[in-house]
Design a protein around this ligand. Structure first.
Ligand code: ZN
Length: 160
């Protein structure tokens, strides 16, 4: 980061509602372009997360947002939660959750249980694919093992 940038950082300026983290020196801040490059997210995605309360820039360099390094930890958390099927609104709520938020805890437990079902389904699928990869039945699709794994799938689906 050049001297020009260092002199022009304005920590906390234009920060909508958030506080600059204590001890965040201007030279510790990461420009939005660098955050995008390292996270593979677009600037509009970061602005969207900001509007929804998921991230807060720590400062600005002119019109450009700048973030503290812990933004990457937050972005990882958001990505994991999205992969687990949580909505942006749910993630926003989780980020400010207190231990007394029983509704949220129930939702988390339900999601963990959904993931267990997904894992079982994927394990069955893996087993049938591993079998098919070495099966000598002609034609492959009529293999009793292969058919059985789909029968299990139908049974499992009926119980969901
Ligand atoms: Zn077979």
């Amino acid at each position: 980061m050049g001297e020009f940038f260092r002199r022009h950082w304005t920590v906390g300026a234009g920060n909508s509602g958030g506080r600059p983290p204590t001890g965040a020196a201007p030279e510790d801040l990461i420009d939005i372009g660098e955050v995008c490059r390292l996270s593979a997210l677009t600037p509009s995605a970061l602005r969207f997360y900001e509007r929804r309360g998921l991230i807060t820039p720590a400062g600005r360099n002119g019109q450009r947002r700048a973030y503290t390094p812990d933004v990457f930890e937050r972005l990882n958390l958001i990505a994991c939660a999205q992969q687990a099927g949580f909505t942006i609104a749910e993630i926003a709520r989780f980020l400010v959750a207190r231990p007394s938020d029983d509704d949220l805890r129930e939702r988390l437990a339900a999601k963990a249980s959904e993931l267990s079902s997904d894992i079982s389904r994927l394990q069955r699928m893996r087993a049938s694919l591993m079998h098919a990869a070495t099966c000598t039945h002609v034609p492959l699709v009529d293999c009793p093992h292969f058919k059985a794994s789909f029968a299990d799938e139908a049974v499992a689906a009926a119980h969901m």
